[in-house]
Design a protein around this ligand. Structure first.
Ligand code: FAD
Length: 280
């Protein structure tokens, strides 16, 4: 068992009652694996605003350590400050601070960069929150250059973020190169790899196109050999992602952030393959 590797689990807030009940069961089981914390995504523009807050507060009441994701979207400072007060008073200690992406109907609104959100939080709440930000080993889709994207990461960390969690990727070389660039630019805060289990090929392809994550050709073609979502597909995906994590551990990763997609088995099986658990 690798005692020195920690891990966290990300959820999206459920939109239906069935999803709500399922997530409750999933987090109970995932909690038995001993994560450092859970996080809950946020729809910039307010699309899941209340859902995120309600899910976070429900998890907190269950005794779980939970980090809400947060971005300005089209909201004003007063709203964000009040939400942060709600979180602070409830006992939340961690946040994931993001710029987010606006839905098309709000595309005229000004996006608030994550470094500005981090500054905003630090100016009003001091050191109360432990703050994570996002980063992109395969480069954020809107960045005009690689080094520039890392400079903006440095800006967010210098604004007071404690560490960064990466967008998912399936190419360990991209992560190694990214760590090198962070090193060159003098970034010395932790960079935690974000890990996406593979559960559905169409969804993965669509989402990867949007967020700028690359599915290597060999991987996409191999996944196409299976029926998406079948047992064989899932086992193959788990093997690929477990191998990726092994490579990341060799590159020095000491923690993983799993994009669980609100599912138990794929993430739990990868953790078990890695020897992070005594048993699943
Ligand atoms: P920023 O760091 O603000 O960067 C956005 C872009 O602008 C980049 O291209 C960057 O190079 C550039 N840039 C940054 N700062 C400046 C500046 N000061 N001036 C000019 N250009 C700048 N999305 C959601 O909607 N909800 C979520 O819950 C969510 N969770 C996420 C969790 C993680 C770990 C990650 C990695 C991403 C998540 N996302 C989420 C996606 C994220 O919101 C999008 O990728 C978004 O487009 C960028 O957010 P950011 O905080 O990384 O942006």
């Amino acid at each position: 068992m690798k005692d020195d590797i920690s891990f966290s689990f990300e959820f999206f807030p459920p939109r239906t009652e069935v999803g709500h009940i399922k997530l409750k069961q999933v987090r109970e089981k995932l909690n038995r694996l001993g994560p450092k914390y859970f996080s809950v995504t946020y729809g910039a523009g307010g699309t899941t605003r209340d859902n995120t807050r309600d899910t976070v507060l429900e998890m907190l009441a269950e005794g779980l350590e939970v980090a809400p994701h947060l971005s300005f979207g089209a909201d004003d400072e007063e709203f964000i400050e009040s939400l942060l007060h709600t979180y602070q008073e409830a006992g939340i200690k961690r946040l994931v601070a993001l710029r987010g992406d606006l839905p098309p109907e709000l595309s005229d609104s000004r996006l608030v960069y994550a470094n500005e959100l981090v500054e905003f939080i630090r100016a009003r709440f001091g050191e109360h929150f432990d703050i994570a930000v996002g980063c992109y080993p395969e480069v954020h889709p809107q960045a005009s250059g690689y080094a520039e994207d890392v400079r903006y990461l440095k800006q967010k960390l210098n604004a007071g973020a404690d560490y960064a969690v990466t967008q998912y990727f399936y190419n360990a070389d991209a992560y190694a190169r990214f760590l090198d660039e962070c090193d060159i630019q003098g970034i010395n805060k932790p960079i935690i790899p974000g890990i996406m289990p593979i559960t559905n090929l169409d969804n993965l392809v669509r989402f990867s196109d949007m967020c700028g994550a690359e599915i290597p050709r060999w991987l996409q073609k191999s996944l196409s050999d299976f029926e998406s979502g079948s047992e064989d597909f899932l086992r193959f995906g788990e093997e690929v992602v477990s191998n990726l994590c092994e490579q990341l551990i060799e590159l020095g990763a000491e923690s993983f952030h799993f994009y669980t997609m609100n599912q138990y088995e794929p993430t739990a099986n990868i953790c078990a393959n890695l020897g992070l658990l005594e048993q699943v």
